[in-house]
Design a protein. Structure first.
Length: 727
C-alpha cells in the first residue's frame, strides 16, 4: 500500500455531487439565521431597533449584544477577544450587530433588512502606517488586555529573534529593500456554514471545521458546559486552507439553539465569508549583508503584519513564519523584529503556508538582488548558502532534515536553467521553508472486526488533502488486509478520539503514526492470541479471529498515539518536528505592451521524505501552486477610505482560472525517507505556494529588467514598471 497511488476515498462522491456538506444537512423544525451588518469598517453603535423586524411572519428570535449574557462572551483560539456579536462598536466591515432566526430563509432575510441600526462612522485603522500612528484610534479596548504593556497601542505583540551580532557583522555588499504582501482571502468553494441543535442538556454543532476538538472546547467554555455535553460533528469541508481552522459563528448558533430550543442554521454567502477570514498582509524591511562570493553575512529584518480587528491565530502565524524569516540558509548573524498590528479590517487567520509566503517573498527577493549586483547565478547563490543535512541553521534548534540542495537542482533541471531563452522570456527560482507542528497530540483507535475488516477512528479532518486515503493505506499496510476492507471514521467528537488539529501539514506524521501504532497494538494482541491458542504461525487473520471468538463474535481493539510535548522557553513552544522545504521554478513571457504575464512552465519540488500516495502529493502541490499564483499575479483585497471591502465576491475578486494556468506544470518530489512520519514521511501540500511569488517575480525581472517589490504582479503594475524603466 505504501508508495502507491490509491484512489482517493470519497473522491467519487465529491465529483458526482453525492457528498453531504453542511448546507446539505436538513434537520426537522430548523430555524434559518441571517446576520445584520453595517456598511462601514469602524462605527459606534448608537441604537438598534428590531421592532419592525419582529413583526415579520415567521421570525422567532432576534439577538443583539444586549440580548446576550453580560458581559458578552468573547472567544478565540489564543486570546478571548472576539465578541459573539458586536459590542458598542463594529471593528471591521461585515462584523454582525444582530442575528435574526426565522422559520424560513426568506423570512430571516426580510427581517434582517428591517433591523434599523443607528450608528456613527468612526475613523479607522486600515494600513500598517495607521496602526503604528500613536494618534490612531485603538482597535481593542485596553481593558481587554489589562496586563499588557502595549495595551494603549495597536501593537498586539512585538517579537524579537536572532543570534550573533548584526552590528559587528562585516559585508562586501549590503542589500536593503522593503516588500509588501497583500490581503487575500481563502476562497474555498464551500462558504462557511453552521448548524446547532439542543441535545440532552447540551448542544450539538455541525460545522465544516478543521479543528472539531478546539471548537468543542471553546463552545463548552462560552456556554459553561462540560466537554461531554458539547458534541461537534464536522463533515468533510469543501475546502478550508486554514480559513476553517478556528471557530467563527459556532458560539452564536449554539446560543440561538439553546435560546429557541430548536435547531438553527447559518449559511454565509461568499461575500460574507470574504468579510470573515483572510491571510495576514504585511510590510517587511530587510537589510542583508553578503560577501563578494555571495555568502550571506547577516540578515536584519523588520516585519509589520496587519492582523485585523481580533487576534484569532494570527499571532501564531507571525511567530512561526518570522522565526524562520532568514529562510533555509546559513546566516552567521541575524536580527528579526516583528510587530503584530491590530487594524479595523477582517481578522486574519491561518492560511496555507502559515506566513511563509510573506517572509519568503522578502528573503528570496533579497538573494536575487544580491545575485544581480554581484554578477552571480541565482541558483548558485542559493546552493552556496543552503543549510546542509544535519546542520543547525537556527542555532540550537532542529537541524536541516533533508538534502535541500537536491530539490533546488531538480527544479533547475526541470526548467532547463542556464539554457538559451527567447527574448521577452525569463526564468526564476526560489526556495522556502516552513516549520511544522511543534507541539500536539493525535490519538487513534483501530477496530479489527470478526470478518477481518477494520474501522479506523481518527480526529483528523479530510478537507481535500486525502487524509482518509493515506490513513487507510497505513492501516492496510500494518494489518496486511485490503484497503477496501478499511473504513476511516472522522469528524465527530462523540465518536473519535482526540486530535489537536488538522493544520501545519501534520496529519500524515502525527495521525499517521498514531494509526500505525494502533495497528501494531492489534498485531501484538493477535500474536499473543495465536500463541495462547497454540495455532501455527501462518494462520490467516480471519481464521485466528474465528478460532478466538467463535460464534459469540468479538473484535480486537488497538490504541495508538503520537505526541510532541511543550518545551517551556522555546519561542515556538517546541522544536519543529520536521521542515516542509520546497523549491519553485518558473518560466514566463511578458507582453511589454500590456504587462500581461504568460506562464510558460512552472515547476515545484517538495522534500517529502516518503510520498505515501504519490498522486495525492502531486495533486496537493499542483493545487498549492495555483493558489500561490493567485496571490502572486492577481489576488488582493481592496479597501476604500471607510474600510469597506470594494471587491467582495467572485466577480470583483480574481482568482486563477484555467485560462491563467501555466502552459506546462510539474509537481516533483524528493524522497529520502528522512522524516518522522510513517515510513520516513514528512508533511506535504503547502510547499507548492510558499516560494511562488519570488520565483515568478525573478522571472519577470529577467524578462523585462524591472524589479517589483509589491504584490500582486498585476498587468497594470508590471506595465507601469516597464513605463518607468523606459523614461
Amino acid at each position: 500500500m505504501i508508495g502507491t497511488s490509491q484512489p482517493r476515498a470519497g473522491g467519487l462522491a465529491r465529483v458526482t455531487g453525492r457528498q453531504q456538506f453542511i448546507a446539505d444537512i436538513n434537520l426537522d423544525h430548523t430555524l434559518h439565521v441571517k446576520l445584520v451588518h453595517l456598511d462601514c469598517g469602524h462605527a459606534r453603535i448608537v441604537a438598534i431597533d428590531t421592532a419592525a423586524a419582529s413583526e415579520v411572519y415567521g421570525v422567532v428570535a432576534i439577538l443583539t449584544a444586549a440580548d446576550l449574557p453580560q458581559p458578552v462572551p468573547r472567544f478565540g483560539p489564543v486570546h478571548d477577544d472576539r465578541p459573539i456579536l458586536a459590542v458598542g462598536e463594529t471593528k471591521y466591515h461585515g462584523q454582525p450587530v444582530a442575528a435574526v432566526a426565522a422559520e424560513t430563509k426568506e423570512a430571516a432575510e426580510a427581517a434582517a433588512e428591517l433591523v434599523r441600526v443607528e450608528y456613527e462612522a468612526l475613523p479607522g485603522v486600515y494600513t500598517v502606517a495607521a496602526a503604528l500612528d500613536p494618534d490612531a484610534p485603538l482597535v481593542l479596548e485596553p481593558g481587554l488586555r489589562p496586563d499588557d504593556p502595549l495595551r494603549h497601542s495597536n501593537v498586539l505583540r512585538e517579537l524579537n529573534y536572532g543570534w550573533g551580532d548584526v552590528e559587528a557583522a562585516k559585508a562586501d555588499l549590503v542589500v536593503e529593500n522593503s516588500y509588501a504582501f497583500p490581503m487575500v482571502t481563502h476562497f474555498a468553494i464551500e462558504p462557511h456554514a453552521f448548524i446547532a441543535a439542543p441535545d440532552d442538556g447540551g448542544v450539538v454543532i455541525w460545522t465544516a471545521t478543521q479543528n472539531p476538538f478546539q471548537t468543542q472546547r471553546i463552545i463548552a467554555r462560552v456556554l459553561g458546559l462540560p466537554l461531554a455535553r458539547v458534541r461537534v460533528i464536522a463533515p468533510d469541508p469543501g475546502g478550508a486552507f486554514g480559513g476553517k481552522q478556528h471557530p467563527k459563528y459556532e458560539p452564536l448558533v449554539a446560543l440561538l439553539a439553546l435560546r429557541t430550543g430548536r435547531p438553527v442554521r447559518l449559511l454565509l454567502t461568499l461575500e460574507e465569508t470574504f468579510q470573515e477570514v483572510r491571510r495576514t498582509s504585511c510590510e517587511i524591511h530587510v537589510r542583508t549583508g553578503f560577501q563578494a562570493d555571495g555568502t550571506i553575512s547577516f540578515q536584519d529584518i523588520q516585519s509589520d503584519f496587519l492582523l485585523g480587528a481580533y487576534a484569532d491565530v494570527a499571532e501564531r502565524v507571525i511567530t512561526k513564519a518570522n522565526y524562520l524569516a532568514c529562510g533555509p540558509y546559513r546566516v552567521p548573524d541575524a536580527r528579526i523584529t516583528v510587530r503584530a498590528l491590530l487594524s479595523h479590517t477582517t481578522p486574519s487567520t491561518a492560511f496555507r503556508g502559515f506566513g511563509t509566503p510573506q517572509v519568503s517573498w522578502a528573503h528570496e527577493s533579497q538573494l536575487d538582488d544580491a545575485a544581480r549586483r554581484l554578477g552571480l547565478d541565482r541558483v548558485d547563490i542559493r546552493l552556496r548558502n543552503l543549510a546542509r543535512k544535519g546542520e543547525a541553521f537556527v542555532p540550537g534548534d532542529t537541524p536541516c532534515d533533508g538534502d535541500w540542495a537536491e530539490s533546488v537542482r531538480k527544479a533547475a533541471g526541470a526548467i532547463e536553467w542556464g539554457s538559451p531563452i527567447a527574448a521577452g522570456r525569463g526564468r526564476g527560482l526560489a526556495v522556502a521553508i516552513k516549520a511544522s507542528a511543534t507541539t500536539g497530540a493525535s490519538y487513534s483507535i483501530v477496530r479489527l472486526h470478526w470478518d477481518g475488516s477494520a474501522t479506523v477512528l481518527a480526529g483528523t479532518s479530510d478537507m481535500g488533502q486525502g487524509a482518509r486515503t493515506v490513513l487507510a493505506q497505513v492501516a492496510a499496510h500494518e494489518l496486511g488486509i485490503p484497503i477496501d476492507s478499511i473504513k476511516v471514521v472522522m469528524g465527530d467528537t462523540a465518536a473519535v478520539p482526540f486530535d489537536l488539529q488538522t493544520s501545519a501539514s501534520r496529519s500524515t506524521v502525527f495521525m499517521g503514526q498514531a494509526v500505525a501504532r494502533a495497528c501494531r497494538d492489534i498485531n501484538a494482541q493477535l500474536r499473543q492470541m495465536a500463541a495462547d491458542l497454540g495455532l501455527v504461525a501462518n494462520v490467516s487473520v480471519v481464521e485466528l479471529l474465528r478460532a478466538r471468538f467463535s460464534e459469540v463474535r468479538g473484535e480486537v481493539i488497538g490504541v495508538g498515539s503520537y505526541r510532541s510535548e511543550h518545551q517551556p522557553g522555546h519561542p515556538l513552544g517546541g522544536s519543529p518536528s520536521f521542515y516542509e522545504f520546497s523549491c519553485t521554478a518558473s518560466e514566463v513571457e511578458v507582453d511589454e505592451g500590456t504587462g500581461e504575464i504568460l506562464l510558460v512552465r512552472h515547476v515545484t519540488v517538495a522534500d517529502v521524505g516518503k510520498a505515501l500516495n504519490p498522486q495525492h502529493v502531486e495533486m496537493q502541490d499542483e493545487g498549492a501552486a495555483v493558489m500561490g499564483l493567485g496571490h502572486t499575479l492577481m489576488e488582493h483585497i481592496l479597501l476604500d477610505d471607510s474600510g469597506r471591502i470594494r471587491n467582495l465576491g467572485a466577480l470583483d475578486y480574481r482568482i486563477p482560472t484555467t485560462k491563467d494556468l501555466p502552459l506546462e506544470m510539474l509537481a516533483l518530489v524528493v524522497e529520502n525517507a528522512d522524516g518522522p512520519g510513517p515510513y520516513g514521511s514528512k508533511g506535504a501540500g503547502e510547499g507548492g505556494l510558499m516560494a511562488t511569488a519570488p520565483a515568478v517575480a525573478s522571472a519577470v525581472t529577467e524578462a523585462t529588467g524591472v524589479v517589483i517589490r509589491d504584490l500582486p504582479l498585476t498587468p497594470e503594475r508590471v506595465w507601469r514598471a516597464i513605463q518607468s524603466r523606459d523614461l
